[in-house]
Design a protein around this ligand. Structure first.
Ligand SMILES: OC[C@H]1O[C@H](O[C@H]2O[C@H](CO)[C@@H](O)[C@H](O)[C@H]2O)[C@H](O)[C@@H](O)[C@@H]1O
Length: 627
């Protein structure tokens, strides 16, 4: 029986991550990388698909949990008749991507509590039962190329194809369990002192949040929310390459019992560039630099072969397959791994890429010669590509269309290239780019705008709305006070919202090639709050932002979507897009001239009426922090 998505906490070490439920059960873990096969897949099935639970042996009266300050380290407290224990779960940092550990510390707070541990390792996404051998430190479990050591001072025994233990914890006791992964061809390694590792892990994350120097937001709760979102994004990045996964999971459904189940353990240019903005807004420039390097490495090659997404080390083949042995989260089938979207054409990524590299160049990160050569190459591909239909930002699986957001982002791509030539003196056919930029602008106004309803539409010759149009002013395509932009915001408020939250589009109006419905798409509601800020509806923006904050789980985490009627989070979890939205909107609300306005200001739109972007993002950040 699946648990609500909100029940889960996320721990991670920038190599992989795990989901731990409130009952102490780790139901999702892929080793050694985010996109490796899961060894605990109960999340998408049942206990027989792998889990690792540590909890009181009898009834617990109450359980509560929190993150330890400034880190993705989870502490669950169980109160029982006999006493109180805490379970601290974390993944220590590792310099070796093939050696990944999970540490669980059971700490006695008061009285005496009888605890039970159950470990069911199932490699290959719940399919493969490992060969387990007893060792003096615990057990050694092997399946194919994978091996783990479970080390603990507690006596273990085998029971129903699981490893179990019962033990007592008294006040002041600390009982460690460490699960250490290594490829079978390498020697095992051990964590000698779990408590020391905990201190080291906490110190590392504390230092990271300190270096980020988050600027203070007015509302104290907003600071915590932003910090938790940043930690989540950081923990979703793959340290060896600088790539960032869109979410930790695969196949958490966008509709309970539905078919809209996708694998997000890859790096989308779109999601990752927006993540980069969030990092830069918050002053985390190392992450931005690492991601720029990732992007240049991954996307390098013939420009006509640039993909919209890659594996975390830049892998190109992400073949989508189904895992028929997994029954799915609340019977949402199929469970998929890989993602067919890697073969799609999505024109918007050119704009996102050009915009991000432009921002990075203007920021503390400074210039990057290789980047400019690469940018020129992809622009020559865009010269013809923008004219055709594509799958759009939402990666629809129906027939390609002339999506307005795609055209608008093609405009952004040429616009930022022109700016780069004008401001940095880079070489490039700027005359041709200006002509193209103007042509795209004219075409979108002529074919993407419905005069009678005073709104832009999702695609040429269509009537449906699309939440991505909320970004029109932010990217500088139109000034915020343009009546056509305001009209679009109002149309979206009228026709694209469910219970105060924004849908990305109406499934009935968009032939997306899939059966069923979906929830409201969280980042779109953050975009609406940003649009409100830009059209001087600051109060509405703040109210919506507070509402969105209230949808987070008790640990501050967000999935991709929310179902207002079921009052449940839906889709992959935790999702970078949603946390990016949270961070950017918080800074936008900080003052009217927040990141959304800055993004619009740095465009070369002949319509932009606002003061231009001055100084580096770092300077902007410092300005904000001393306000
Ligand atoms: O709606 C069908 C598509 O859904 C997924 O795409 C969504 O997630 C991506 C990653 O966060 C995001 O970049 C995109 O905008 C979203 O629509 C799925 O990955 C696709 O395969 C699927 O076609």
């Amino acid at each position: 029986m699946s648990k609500p998505i909100e029940e889960y906490g996320f721990i991670g070490n920038m190599l992989s991550g795990a989901l731990v439920a409130r009952d102490g059960s780790m139901d999702w873990l892929c080793l050694p990388r985010f996109d490796s096969d899961a060894c605990f897949a109960a999340l998408l099935g049942a206990s027989k698909h792998g889990y690792w639970q540590i909890s009181p042996a009898g009834e617990s009266n109450r359980s509560s949990r929190r993150y330890l300050p400034h880190a993705p380290v989870l502490e669950t407290t169980f109160e029982t008749e006999g006493g109180i224990v805490t379970l601290v779960d974390f993944m220590p940092l590792s310099n070796d991507p093939e050696r990944v550990d999970v540490v669980r510390l059971v700490q006695g707070v008061s009285g005496k509590v009888r605890m039970r541990m159950e470990l069911a390792l199932r490699f290959g996404y719940g399919k493969t039962i490992p060969w387990v051998r007893r060792r003096d430190y615990g057990i050694h479990a092997v399946a194919g190329p994978d091996a783990v050591e479970l080390a603990t001072p507690v006596t273990l025994r085998g029971e129903d194809m699981r490893t179990v233990a019962e033990f007592e914890v008294g006040e002041g006791d600390v009982i460690p369990f460490t699960l250490a992964y290594h490829p079978l061809h390498r020697e095992p390694h051990f964590i000698d002192d779990g408590r020391k590792r905990l201190e080291h892990t906490l110190a590392w994350w504390r230092e990271w949040t300190r270096i980020c120097q988050l600027s203070e937001l007015e509302e104290p709760g907003w600071n915590d929310a932003v910090e938790r979102s940043l930690i989540t994004l950081k923990a979703l990045s793959y340290q060896p390459s600088g790539g960032i996964v869109a979410a930790l999971t695969t196949s958490l459904p966008e509709e309970l019992g539905g078919v809209r189940n996708w694998d997000y353990r890859y790096c989308w240019i779109r999601d990752a560039t927006l993540t980069l903005y969030a990092f830069m807004n918050a002053g985390c420039f190392d992450e931005a630099g690492a991601f720029r390097e990732w992007m240049l490495r991954a996307a390098a090659g013939a420009p006509d072969q640039m993909q919209i997404m890659y594996g975390i080390e830049g892998e190109r083949r992400l073949t989508e397959i189904e895992l028929p042995w997994l029954p799915g989260y609340e019977n949402s089938l199929p469970v998929r791994i890989g993602n067919g979207a890697h073969e799609q054409i999505q024109v918007d990524v050119f704009g996102e890429l050009m915009d991000t590299l432009y921002t990075a160049r203007k920021s503390q990160l400074g210039p990057h010669q290789e980047a400019w050569r690469f940018q020129q190459a992809i622009l020559s591909r865009l010269e013809s590509l923008w004219r055709g239909p594509d799958q759009g930002i939402w990666e629809v699986r129906g027939s390609p269309k002339h999506f307005v957001y795609s055209k608008m982002m093609a405009w952004v791509a040429f616009d930022r290239a022109i700016k780069a030539v004008e401001q940095f003196g880079f070489p490039g056919p700027v005359g041709k780019w200006r002509t193209l930029r103007d042509e795209i602008h004219r075409e979108v106004l002529a074919r993407g705008y419905d005069k009678e309803r005073n709104t832009f539409v999702q695609h040429y010759d269509g009537v449906g709305l699309d939440a991505s149009l909320l970004l029109m002013a932010e990217v500088g395509f139109l000034p915020p006070d343009d009546p056509r932009f305001r009209g679009t915001v109002e149309a979206i408020e009228r026709d694209l919202m469910e219970d105060g939250l924004v849908l990305r589009y109406r499934v009935g109006e968009t032939k997306d090639g899939l059966a069923g419905e979906e929830g409201t798409f969280l980042v779109c509601s953050f975009w609406l709050a940003d649009a409100y800020t830009m059209i001087d509806r600051g109060h509405d923006a703040a109210v919506l932002f507070e509402r969105l904050l209230s949808l987070r789980n008790d640990l501050g985490l967000l999935a991709e979507e929310y179902h207002p009627r079921h009052r449940r989070q839906l889709g992959n979890f935790p999702q970078a897009f949603s946390h990016v939205g949270l961070i950017n909107t918080a800074y936008n609300l900080r003052r009217i001239n927040g990141p959304a306005q800055q993004r619009a200001d740095r465009s070369a739109s002949p319509h932009a009426t606002h003061t231009s972007w001055t100084g580096t993002a770092g300077e902007q950040h410092r300005e904000r922090s001393i306000d």
